[in-house]
Design a protein around this ligand. Structure first.
Ligand SMILES: [Zn+2]
Length: 412
């Protein structure tokens, strides 16, 4: 059981308050802070204090003794690397519109780019590694996102409400084929529109959205999002594409899971994110970064309908688990209240990371060998061969709560 020291990623879309507040630092920070990374990602591994008192990266610690840290089952399935990365993600501005490949697509794309001799850190590299990148985000604050294609009939209704002259023919296409194939055709048309055409469409679209918001129409939230994205990314086809996606507002504790091929963009809010330890991102807009539309079209899943909001499955009064189809990870949440403040036993379950998000929690190994206390924002590494631990709150926050998130590898 080792306390982690974690890197903060300073992406421009990050918040100047959320992560610093979680870590107990002064706010606002001089620069945006977007993500706190907990894990053994080679780009920014967490650090632990070794037995001789010096700092060592979690990555080199795992490499020095994978069987001890990851366990045989995890090593058999994932090799000698930690299959997941845990993050706190704090977005003040929208992230890019993106999707991630399946394991097969990633392996094929990685091999193709290796054969083409594209450097792994090149800005035009789509597949820096050969692995899938399923993601789950669980809201800590109200969290706003676009994810998954909206039911095509509802999108036809949205386009009817807006009635943008330059988009009437496109609306007709989807009306004639209100399914995944119709969405594929419409999305492909929109995302590849020539810039001069976009320059004509966007003012009409933005004006229609202003009118719809003023009239407090059914799709006011969706239209406000178009207006915000249109201001940040003028004449970006991603703004148009956002019209096709589910607009989600997650409450704290609610989560969404993005499997391979799911098109999504996080908009605003703070959450705990768990994802496979991969950098395979295909972007198609809302970003100054590398965009590869043809490659994105190869991996996108155009199935449409409401995005499932996961509230988690309560295993007992303290423990809630977010089940997904991802084999790389499983996220669960432990909550304590004044009425439910007892100790909870966490059996050894392969490699684990625990992150405290509310109050202060004491962790003790059941053999009495080690104990430490986690403050809000602090996290700990538990090796596969560490004994089971019990967790109990030392301090509840001003709302009477203590909370930790638990990340484990899914298929071990
Ligand atoms: Zn993503």
């Amino acid at each position: 059981m080792e306390l982690l020291r974690n890197a903060v990623r300073p992406y421009a879309w990050g918040s100047r308050t959320a992560i610093a507040d979680l870590l107990g630092r002064p706010v606002p920070t001089p620069h945006p802070e977007a993500e706190l990374w907990m894990g053994a990602h080679p780009g920014d591994p967490s650090r632990v204090t070794g037995h001789d008192g010096t700092e060592v990266s979690l990555l080199s610690l795992l490499e020095s003794d994978p069987a001890h840290h990851l366990g045989d089952k995890c090593c058999d399935r994932w090799g000698t690397r930690l299959p997941f990365l845990l993050k706190v993600l704090a977005a003040d501005e929208p992230l890019s519109l993106q999707a991630h490949p399946s394991a097969e697509q990633a392996a094929e794309g990685f091999a193709r780019e290796e054969a083409a001799g594209i450097a792994r850190n090149a800005s035009n590299r789509n597949y820096p590694d050969p692995t899938a990148k399923p993601e789950l985000i669980c809201a800590l604050t109200e969290f706003h996102a676009l994810a998954g294609f909206r039911d095509a009939h509802r999108t036809v209704r949205l386009l009817d409400e807006l009635d943008v002259p330059s988009l009437r023919a496109h609306r007709g296409l989807l009306h004639a084929q209100p399914d995944a194939d119709g969405l594929r055709a419409l999305f492909t048309t929109w995302i590849t529109l020539p810039e001069h055409y976009l320059r004509d469409v966007m003012p009409e679209l933005l004006e229609a959205c202003v009118d719809h918001v003023r009239a407090r129409g059914e799709f006011a939230l969706e239209c406000r999002t178009v207006l915000e994205l249109g201001e940040a990314y003028p004449n970006d086809a991603g703004v148009l594409a956002s019209l096709l996606l589910n607009r989600l507002v997650l409450q704290p504790g609610e989560a969404i899971f993005m499997p391979a091929g799911n098109l999504h963009a996080y908009l605003h809010g703070t959450g705990v994110e768990i994802l496979a330890n991969s950098d395979n991102i295909l972007r198609c807009g809302l970003t100054p970064k590398h965009v590869d539309v043809p490659e994105l079209l190869r991996v996108l899943d155009f199935a449409c309908g409401d995005m499932r909001v996961l509230k988690g499955e309560s295993l007992d009064s303290n423990l809630t688990v977010y089940r997904t189809s991802a084999e790389e990870f499983e996220l669960s949440r432990l909550d304590w209240t004044p009425a439910e403040s007892g100790a909870v036993r966490l059996d050894s379950a392969g490699p684990q990371i625990l992150l405290c998000t509310r109050g202060r929690v004491r962790l003790s190994t059941v053999d009495g060998g080690r104990a430490l206390e986690l403050d809000r924002g602090e996290s700990v590494w538990l090796a596969a061969s560490d004994p089971a631990v019990t967790a109990r709150p030392v301090t509840l926050d001003q709302d009477g709560a203590a909370q930790i998130f638990r990340a484990v590898a899914g298929a071990v």
